[in-house]
Design a protein around this ligand. Structure first.
Ligand SMILES: [Fe+2]
Ligand SMILES: [Fe+2]
Length: 256
């Protein structure tokens, strides 16, 4: 029901430039105040009711029309305030992740594209949503807070669901063993992007959508984390390659 807090095994490819202890450190570091503040707001305001309302609001993908590349360019304006590891715009993170996957799996072009698109749902911030409703790790709503959730002990005290008898027991609104696919996660960029992909019929392999729930899913999450470096890719030089993949798998104007 909960996702592991630490990243995937760094002994696997890609070769990590930064170690597990350096990355995803939520207790110290220069960005820790900003990160904690984002999670405090998230864990205060993400309730069952909030998640259902946002899902209904954005599920029809009727907010805007733009291409995948235009959405990516919007992320030039976004620094993810829940990220303890980097301070640069999210568009660079997209290219870093995609290039990491491309190095390790040169033959799987759809996987390169998944790397590029995996955080595109963060355009919600550019639509006016606060960061706490978009970025960061998601968690199951509607039941007792799992101890594996980031800042589980120090950020949920003002969340009304924690005082609601329907949602505050061990299983809350779920039947025991109901399966992860029936668990309602906090609202954020992953769920939104999943809905955008479905709505626009992206021509990606089936396993992509089933893995989407946990960010990049198991095969991709290590690239999400271990490609985070201060050295930024030359985006201009990479653009033509990725435009080709967009044209192949999710061309033209998309509904957002
Ligand atoms: Fe993400
Ligand atoms: Fe990411």
């Amino acid at each position: 029901m909960s996702r592991p807090q630490a990243g995937p095994d760094p002994s696997e490819d890609p070769k990590p430039d930064r170690t597990r202890t350096e990355l995803r450190n939520y207790t110290e570091g220069e960005r820790i105040g900003r990160v904690f503040g984002t999670y405090l707001l998230m864990h205060t305001h993400q309730t069952v009711e909030f998640v259902r309302a946002k899902s209904a609001q954005y599920g029809s993908c009727s907010r805007r029309r733009m291409s995948a590349m235009e959405a990516l360019e919007l992320l030039d304006q976004l620094v993810d305030e829940s990220d303890p590891d980097v301070d640069f715009p999210n568009s660079f993170h997209a290219f870093q992740t995609a290039e990491g996957i491309r190095r390790a799996h040169p033959d799987k072009d759809w996987f390169h594209l998944v790397g590029l698109l995996h955080d595109l749902g963060k355009v919600l911030v550019l639509f006016g949503e606060p960061q706490w409703a978009v970025v960061g790790d998601t968690f199951p709503v509607g039941c007792k807070v799992q101890s594996s959730v980031v800042y589980a002990d120090s950020t949920f005290h003002d969340n009304p669901d924690t005082k609601d008898p329907r949602y505050s027991t061990e299983c809350g609104m779920y039947q025991p063993g109901c399966g992860l696919e029936n668990v309602l996660m906090s609202w954020g960029h992953d769920e939104y992007m999943y809905q955008v992909m479905k709505f626009n019929n992206f021509a990606l392999p089936k396993e992509v959508s089933s893995a989407w729930g946990g960010g990049l899913g198991t095969p991709g999450s290590k690239f999400d984390l271990y490609t985070k470096q201060e050295e930024l890719p030359d985006v201009q030089q990479l653009r033509a390659y990725y435009q080709g993949l967009i044209d192949k798998y999710c061309p033209g104007q998309l509904c957002w």
